[in-house]
Design a protein around this ligand. Structure first.
Ligand code: ADP
Ligand code: MG
Length: 664
């Protein structure tokens, strides 16, 4: 049913709702509240706490009065009394309120309590007349994403009437209800919007989260192949390559390497996720694995998320594996035909590029290992495409996302996980400081000093060009710095540049052709410049902990003491805590936990981070127990008797999610 069928929703409002993705009644009832305010506790006037949001219930004894205050705004004042205690309720710019509150009627009011000239005031509260169907006060109140100009109060009424008008289609097979003790769909949907108490809310949530995760698990199952045979690598002698390295690999790297060697020898296709914090040295592990496979005459494909990174991997791999004629395959490479020919004829065993290498014209002669460097993303997508390029290549994914092991095991149940849980020795801890913009001059002096000592500096700005938001921009910052430090070479890098230009700049920075690189977060992923020892992150409040951690990982990659300076003028609680977290810990796993504590669910687990479909209600971290149940349900459903109707619903839902994953 179209949303405009609901009373009070005309053309304009329907259009506003469509803008946030709500076209139908069904859409509306499936747009669950963002959060809830508990307004079920009613305060009395003698117990009002200043500075907090409180709900009171009052009977109107005198009319509300309008007056005009400085600036021409209308102030509406309503005086309520309880046991001789008085409270002034005030609103600005809403003169019609004068007519709303009839003498003798009883209303709820929820708003912030302040003290003004010795009198207690409640500021711009939400209000609602007492009746059996109170939706906005005197209860647990849902808060929604609403279009601009649509009040929560009005929206709640629409939701209520949407609930009354909706026809629900239950997607879960009947049998699961009993088995997993789930609430009925109708009850769940009603209570997720308007729960009478916490218990109802939790039961409703449980049911809805289960459904979402159940179908996601089914979709993921679909992506998983059976354990397949894979090329068996018999010669696993690593000494020749280890001897070429300028360092000794760490124990953690060796352990992970042992896992990989075990897989390569097994005769089954490897399917392994290599987790390791930024700078833990994942790449060299990939180099060694590639060496073993190439030495046996097979081909290895290495995929990076960006061209800059592909380029970097290309030079890194070429350093150690030149005997296998490494090839770079990215957009800017000329004479692709020759490249394709070499790949098809096995004239090269190491092929490095972006995800583009698995597309279209590329046909491999003897592909046996695919390495994906996702850096901080936790990808699903890449697990599918490449399989088509070879019978069953060994697969290895590298990620710096510190996703908890239990969660990884569930989401990636088909993959084995190895963790590099140690940084190479000799790394100095990066000193992290947080300052406000009044330090900028001193910072510039610091930049100058570091540059004069031959070290390199990153400066990260949130935007490219000057904007109204008063954020630091790359172009402005660069110009200022060039003016202030005429003797220091400063360049900039941002996402609007052509790839080939970005490439050149990054390459020049790596070769120390200039000292300071002012950039947006395009440099975030995995760029390795060991000579860079200072990173300044402007408007640090704009970045999540995960991103700050990734950015900081750009320095501290050599043996010199490195610094990270976070610049922010933002004094909000979240920012303060985040900055503190950055200062006190350099461990990605710990930071991810802190992030979770700070925000309930951290941005480490935001959908974008791990490349999973957007979740409507479930939360991978919070709902791990339900996730386990859903996984159990998904893995046994194929052995269950279902009605044809149920079967086709399952198929439809699963393919919807798959579509979603595959087009991400
Ligand atoms: P990441 O895991 O973030 O991808 P990299 O593979 O880029 O990290 O490694 C970071 C740097 O550390 C590289 O310069 C790499 O050569 C170096 N490195 C890797 N392993 C070791 C080691 N065992 N000892 C010293 N340096 C190492
Ligand atoms: Mg890396």
């Amino acid at each position: 049913m179209d949303i405009s069928n609901i009373k009070g929703i005309g053309k304009q409002r329907a259009a506003a709702l469509q803008n946030i993705g709500i076209f139908t009644v069904d859409n509306m009832i499936n747009a669950f509240p963002k959060y809830y305010n508990d307004r079920s506790k009613i305060s009395t006037l003698d117990k009002l706490e200043i500075g907090t949001i409180q709900t009171i219930k009052a009977t109107i004894t005198e009319p509300a009065k309008n007056s005009t205050v400085a600036g021409g705004k209308v102030l509406t004042k309503l005086l309520v009394t309880q046991n001789q205690k008085k409270l002034e309720i005030v609103w600005f710019g809403r003169s019609y309120l004068q007519w709303i509150f009839k003498i003798g009627s009883t209303h709820y009011f929820t708003g912030r309590i302040i003290a003004k000239f010795g009198t207690l005031q409640m500021e711009s509260p939400e209000y609602e007349e007492e009746d059996a169907q109170s939706l906005s006060v005197g209860r647990i109140v849902p808060v929604y994403n609403t279009p601009k100009k649509i009040s929560q109060k009005m929206y709640r009424k629409w939701v209520k009437s949407a609930l009354d008008n909706a026809t629900l289609h239950d997607k879960l097979p009947k049998i699961l209800y009993e088995k997993f003790n789930l609430a009925a769909l109708k009850t769940a949907i009603e209570n997720i919007h308007f729960p009478q108490n916490e218990q109802q809310l939790q039961t409703a949530r449980q049911r809805l989260v289960f459904e979402e995760l159940f179908f996601m698990q089914l979709a993921l199952q679909n992506l998983r192949g059976d354990t397949a045979e894979g090329v068996k690598i018999t010669d696993v002698e690593t000494l020749p390559i280890l001897q070429k390295l300028p360092f000794t690999i760490t124990k953690a790297q060796q352990t992970v390497l042992d896992d990989i060697i075990h897989d390569l020898q097994s005769g089954f296709a490897m399917n392994r996720l290599i987790q390791g914090d930024v700078g833990s040295g994942k790449t060299i592990v990939a180099v060694i694995a590639a060496y073993l496979v190439a030495k046996s005459g097979y081909q290895v494909a290495i995929m990076a998320p960006t061209e800059v990174l592909a380029q970097q991997h290309f030079s890194y791999f070429s350093q150690y594996l030149s005997q296998f004629s490494p090839l770079l395959l990215i957009g800017s490479v000329k004479d692709k035909k020759t490249v394709y020919k070499k790949i098809a004829e096995n004239a090269t065993q190491i092929i490095i590029g972006t995800h583009a290498i698995i597309q279209k014209y590329v046909s491999f002669a003897k592909l046996a290992l695919v390495i994906t460097d996702e850096q901080h993303r936790f990808g699903v997508m890449q697990r599918t495409d490449l399989i088509k390029k070879a019978e069953n290549p060994h697969k290895m994914i590298m990620t710096a996302t510190p996703i908890p092991r239990t969660l990884g095991l569930i989401l990636y149940g088909d993959m084995n996980i190895s963790i590099i849980n140690q940084l190479p020795p000799g790394r100095q801890t990066i000193i992290t400081n947080c300052v406000n913009s009044s330090y900028r001059q001193r910072l510039t002096a610091f930049v100058e000093k570091q540059a004069q000592q031959g070290q390199q500096i990153y400066i990260i700005c949130p935007t490219i060009e000057e904007s109204e938001l008063e954020l630091q921009s790359v172009l402005e910052y660069t110009a200022n710095l060039q003016r202030q430090l005429p003797n220091i070479a400063v360049a900039c890098l941002h996402g609007k540049m052509k790839n080939s230009v970005k490439e050149e700049i990054m390459q020049a920075f790596k070769q120390n052709k200039f000292s300071v690189l002012v950039a947006t977060t395009v440099i975030e992923v995995g760029v390795d410049v060991p000579n860079a020892t200072l990173i300044i992150i402007e408007n640090a409040e704009r970045f999540g902990l995960a991103q700050l951690h990734q950015l900081r990982g750009r320095v501290g990659r050599g043996t010199q003491q490195s610094h990270c300076v976070l610049v922010t003028d933002n004094k909000s609680e979240t920012t303060t805590q985040r900055m503190k977290a950055m200062k006190t810990t350099t461990d990605g796993f710990k930071l991810s936990e802190l992030d979770l504590q700070l925000r309930g669910h951290g941005d480490f687990f935001g959908t974008q981070q791990h490349g999973l479909p957007k979740l409507n209600i479930a939360n991978f971290y919070k709902d791990i127990e339900i996730l386990k149940e859903a996984q159990k349900a998904a893995s046994t459903i194929s052995q269950t008797q279902l009605t044809p109707q149920e079967q086709s619903t399952i198929q439809q839902e699963t393919s919807k999610i798959l579509q979603n994953i595959l087009t991400m």
